[in-house]
Design a protein around this ligand. Sequence first.
Ligand SMILES: NC(=O)c1ccc[n+]([C@@H]2O[C@H](COP(=O)([O-])OP(=O)(O)OC[C@H]3O[C@@H](n4cnc5c(N)ncnc54)[C@H](OP(=O)(O)O)[C@@H]3O)[C@@H](O)[C@H]2O)c1
Length: 318
Amino acid sequence: MRAVVYDRYGPPKVLRIEEVERPVPADDELLVTIHATTVNRTDCGLRSAKPFMTRFITGIRRPKNRIPGMELAGEVEAVGAAVTEFKVGDHVFGVKGFGAHAEFVCIRESAPLAHKPAGMTFDEAAAVPDGASLALACFRTADLRTGQSILIYGASGSVGTAAVQLAKNLGADVTAVCNTKHVELVSSLGADEVVDYTREDFTKNGKTYDVIFDAVGMHSFRRSRRSLKPGGTFVETDLGFMWHVPLLLLLTRWIGDKRVKIGVTRYTKKDILFLKELIEAGKYRAVIDRRYPLEDVIEAHRYVETGQKTGNVVLTVR
Ligand SMILES: NC(=O)c1ccc[n+]([C@@H]2O[C@H](COP(=O)([O-])OP(=O)(O)OC[C@H]3O[C@@H](n4cnc5c(N)ncnc54)[C@H](OP(=O)(O)O)[C@@H]3O)[C@@H](O)[C@H]2O)c1
């Protein structure tokens, strides 16, 4: 089968297309023909091994798994003897730690995988799991509840576009912050208020929120803490400059009444099933910026690394 492979960490050009053996499913696995996958910020981080500590998971000297790619949508080609939830021909979507940038992948039945939402294309379904799973993890860690107010900074990215829709669905009052060119899109995702950061600094308008979610790792607790209500939480997706965010997390546990939290993605089948339900109820949609054929994976990585994508970037496999 055709697959993207890499044998060393580095810039996008370490990636190439190669013919490799098609995987064979174990008893508890499905073989999926991939129709669409994505390139996201995690794919770029794993490829470049930044931060360095990612190597403790992916291999210290070189990548343990040669085929990158996490999000996937496709058709079940074969099933192992113990598989009961899926059958050959089913359309599925989900996420796996590696191996999705290929024509086929084997994935456990118990993995974060579900039947593709009815009426959704493979491209759209592939673009659902990553951003939405991180947004859900951040809401849990911030204990976001119905009726609370949340400000989402960086509302136009993969995590941001997911967060706006998921916070609205939770019954929160959502203020989204983005660039002028994204105001219309972000409003269409359901934000109650949209602040254009090129025209207004939300930290200076006197409004306060229960939760401030920095969905793009570009804001800070220091700059936004006065916009938090007493007892409010600032939740971050990144470790921050010189990894100061974990330190703030510890300090704010003991000092002051405002907390700093970090969201860490945990992909679960429960979340994927929840997202499927939301999509089928018309309450969630994937935002796609660009589509690239698998062969143009280097270009796709270069674009994602600009930090300027709107929502998600899809790789079409077939
Ligand atoms: N904790 C975890 O487990 C985990 C896992 C994966 C990713 N992450 C982190 O999650 C964050 C979000 O990832 P993502 O894929 O959603 O990002 P993304 O899609 O690459 O975000 C790009 C969007 O952010 C906007 N943006 C860029 N700079 C901005 C700024 N200074 N202020 C406001 N908006 C800005 C861009 O629009 P404009 O520039 O036009 O405004 C663009 O639409 C990243 O920091 C990533 O490292 C964390």
